[in-house]
Write a protein that binds this ligand. Structure first.
Ligand code: WQD
Length: 343
């Protein structure tokens, strides 16, 4: 009998890639998604890769009645991976209440319902944004949590605290917090990938659209930072590597009786790359030029951050494996399959 996992936000970018890896690892997956920032056609892509169409519930985790109805239909769900959240830093500054409601109420509902249905654990999609601007790099899990620089980042910090407090109060389940660095790329099949709606906020989707000529030049937000080439440095982690880490975390939480009730892991490659170095990687990997120009800094950008992944490497037995040039090739192949984006 397959272990059944609920993936909230499972038609999203990281959620869909994680669903594929869960299915290929032998798990049964149910997805709930309100399709506010994704497309139901993602289910077709998942099925084309794995041959298994996940059960799908169109719904909102902020509605506890919807959640209870789902669990009544699937009382055998043993674990949850919670991706369902709003995640655009800039938008969160403009619409803080939407972010606090979506991201906090959704998690609270899940934590409340879990004991009612004997759910054993929840993996939480967190972010390196909780560290703010690091004092030193690479950054490990003992680094201080700094005051958030956006409501989005604040929701990630608060959600981590909500989980910790709930477990401290005696909750009958485990949790693993996964702090992502910068997820990039697409599945090598080019059947699923990043599907930004409107103007991409993140670097890679904008870069690939500019390279495809379906959007204007990429603006590199500033080259006057205190870094070797003046552009910001990030830890770009392949989305399939990231998805695999979730499967390992879920297996550890459900099957390893000795693992702690609450654990935190940084998920990164351990290598910092600048924006210009990423552009070079893309051009080397694809032979396609990226039309770009240097523009002004973007408000709120962190100068440099990259992970110390030793804990995830040693405790989870997980390591980022995909070479950045391969990641860029996959991102490009995915882009070539897209229709012209909405302007
Ligand atoms: C990366 C670098 C930009 C766009 C954010 C969130 C983080 C996570 C990932 C959700 C920066 C530069 C970007 C462009 C550019 N979100 N850039 N031109 O800001 O590191 O992280 O997204 O989980 O929590 O904070 O990612 O891709 O927006 O930017 O020069 O058009 O690329 O200045 O240095 P970021 P990003």
């Amino acid at each position: 009998m397959k272990t059944k996992i609920l993936v909230t936000g499972g038609t999203g970018y990281i959620g869909s890639h994680t669903t594929v890896e869960l299915q290929q690892a032998g798990y049964d997956v149910v997805i709930i998604d309100n399709l506010s920032n994704s497309n139901i056609k993602v289910l077709d892509g998942i099925e084309r890769i794995t041959g298994i169409r996940p059960d799908f519930v169109e719904g909102d985790v902020t509605d506890v009645a919807t959640l209870r109805a789902l669990f009544n239909r699937h009382p055998d769900i043993k674990g949850i991976i919670n991706f369902a959240a709003s995640k655009a830093v800039g938008e969160s500054v403009r619409k803080p209440l939407m972010y606090y409601r979506n991201n906090l109420v959704g998690l609270i509902n899940l934590l409340e319902v879990m004991p009612e249905f004997g759910v054993k654990g929840i993996v939480f999609s967190s972010s390196c944004t909780v560290y703010g601007e690091p004092d030193v790099n690479p950054i490990d899990e003992t680094a201080p949590i700094k005051p958030a620089t956006s409501p989005y980042g604040n929701t990630k910090q608060i959600c981590e605290e909500i989980i910790a407090d709930t477990i401290r109060a005696g909750a009958p389940f485990k949790s693993i917090l996964l702090r992502y660095f910068n997820p990039v790329g697409a599945h090598p099949s080019a059947e699923i990938g990043e599907l930004p709606i409107g103007v991409p906020q993140n670097l890679i989707p904008y870069l690939t659209q500019a390279a495809a000529g379906v959007r204007g030049e990429l603006t590199v937000f500033g080259n006057d930072y205190a870094t070797p080439d003046g552009t910001c440095i990030r830890d770009f982690i392949d989305v399939v590597d990231l998805a695999k880490a979730h499967v390992i975390a879920m297996r550890r939480m459900l099957d390893n009786a000795d693992s702690a009730q609450l654990e935190v892991f940084n998920l990164g490659t351990g290598r910092g790359l600048s924006v210009l170095q990423l552009i070079e990687s893309f051009e080397r990997a694809t032979g396609v030029k990226v039309p770009f120009h240097i523009g002004a800094r973007r408000e709120g950008d962190i100068e440099q951050i990259w992970a110390e992944p030793a804990k995830a490497n040693n405790v989870l037995g997980w390591r980022a494996e995909v070479d950045i040039d391969d990641t860029m090739r996959n991102a490009w192949r995915w882009q070539l399959r897209q229709a012209a984006p909405q302007q």
